[in-house]
Design a protein around this ligand. Structure first.
Ligand code: HEC
Length: 390
């Protein structure tokens, strides 16, 4: 009874007054929100979203107007958006699987979860919007024209003009930045690969430092924090691969993604245990430069008298990266990888042992591919490649 009553008056009360939903509606909304493939997949169970790629719903300044939220859910939204002052440039597809009542319950739940204090939304309100709204995905700009921010609250504009970095959301060509990267020496490259895999290659240490895909590419133009006056790229990533010598633990990367850091985290660990070992050759590898092959950088460095070339591309299945190596003149090598829970490795030659060691004959080392795939926790363990693979 209560619900019917509210639906009659919802149009006038929504967005203006706080109203308390009944317990059953909230419980249904919570279940739907947390269902497979629902809001939770992107905005997360705690409503905090994902740094750099999905805005939060907990405490979001966009939730003031439920008609606007309904419009986002029904039609989707894509483009540069500012939520609580933070920038996102991403896309939310329309949520087509839910009927009016389910959407009403979910939005009601969102409006009351995590300390939010919003309106109760009814199925009638959603049905009306479904009929009336234009049939196109909204840009934040168009959405705010139709449902402007409440002037009394003096919100800042909820959108912004994207810069070059923002246009790097979908990578179709390799993008190479020379910039100061967290957790690397000051001579670092940040590279974005088609398929949205990213890596940091450290020229100071002649090695791949880390690779990531979650959290998006760096924002080179936006100074995040600085070291000795040098800007360090803004980084939201969570690496699935880290070089063996890296001092950084997974927690550190989470820490790096915190926006209010006042000190940078450079990692200048000396390459005493350089990943590529050649018997009888000691000393530090020397960086010789790079060249671009179809836009992909190929890094060139020397270990003693031996030249190593390394070209990194997206793996064939798009799930990780493939590093193409060539070593000359001919010599057997030992390659030390970093086995941890976040990625699995395979090599086009030789066998990778469970401790991450790959031994190659002189002939094999002339040219080989090393593929690093992110392990997806959502994929059942049985279908994952465990440890080494031929
Ligand atoms: C596939 C991922 C995905 C799913 C599923 C999803 N969203 Fe979103 N949502 C986003 C992204 C990304 C944005 C920002 C879009 C942009 O950059 O323009 C967004 C923006 C929003 C916004 C406006 C900004 C904010 O943070 O307040 C609201 C409200 C919202 N989503 C609610 C929901 C609700 C409710 C559901 C479930 C019914 C849902 N979303 C499902 C990804 C998703």
């Amino acid at each position: 009874m209560k619900k019917i009553f509210i639906s009659l008056f919802s149009v006038s009360i929504v967005g203006i007054a706080y109203s308390a939903p009944d317990v059953a509606t909230l419980a249904k909304g919570k279940d739907l929100y947390n269902g497979a493939g629902s809001c939770v997949a992107c905005h997360m169970a705690d409503g905090k979203g994902q740094p750099g790629s999905v805005p939060p719903l907990a405490g979001s300044d966009w939730l003031e107007n439920s008609d606007r939220t309904i419009a986002i859910v029904l039609r989707g939204m894509a483009g540069p958006v500012k939520v609580n002052g933070d920038r996102y440039y991403s896309a939310m597809p329309p949520q087509l699987l839910f009927d009016d009542e389910k959407i009403a319950d979910m939005v009601t739940y969102v409006n009351h979860a995590w300390g939010n204090k919003g309106a109760v939304v009814t199925a009638a309100q959603v049905a009306k919007a479904r009929k009336a709204l234009p049939q196109a995905v909204y840009t934040p700009e168009n959405l705010l024209k139709a449902f402007p921010f409440d002037k009394k609250r003096q919100r800042k504009n909820g959108t912004y003009t994207p810069d070059f970095d923002d246009t790097l959301m979908v990578i179709t060509e390799p993008v190479v930045y020379r910039t100061f990267m967290p957790g690397a020496s000051p001579a670092a490259f940040a590279v974005a690969l088609p398929g949205n895999h990213y890596y940091c290659w450290d020229a100071g240490e002649c090695r791949l430092r880390y690779a990531w895909t979650k959290g998006g590419f760096i924002r080179g133009n936006q100074v995040h924090w600085s070291s000795n006056g040098k800007p360090v790229a803004k980084f939201n990533g969570l690496p699935y691969y880290r070089a063996q010598t890296s001092k950084l633990n997974p927690e550190d990367y989470k820490h790096l993604a915190e926006t209010a850091r006042s000190t940078p985290f450079y990692d200048t660990t000396e390459a005493v245990d350089f990943p590529i070992q050649i018997e009888g050759v000691n000393g530090f590898p020397k960086y010789k430069g790079y060249r671009l092959i179809q836009g992909y950088p190929e890094f060139i460095y020397k270990i003693g008298d031996y030249e190593v070339r390394e070209l990194i591309r997206t793996s064939k299945d798009n799930l990780g990266i493939t590093r193409k190596f060539s070593v000359s003149p001919k010599i057997p090598i030992t390659f030390k990888l970093t086995p941890d829970g976040s990625s699995s490795y395979s090599s086009s030659a030789g066998n990778i042992s469970s401790d991450g060691t790959l031994k190659l004959t002189a002939k094999q080392a002339m040219e080989f591919d090393l593929t690093i795939i992110e392990k997806n926790p959502a994929v059942p363990a049985a279908t994952q490649t465990q440890g080494s693979k031929k």
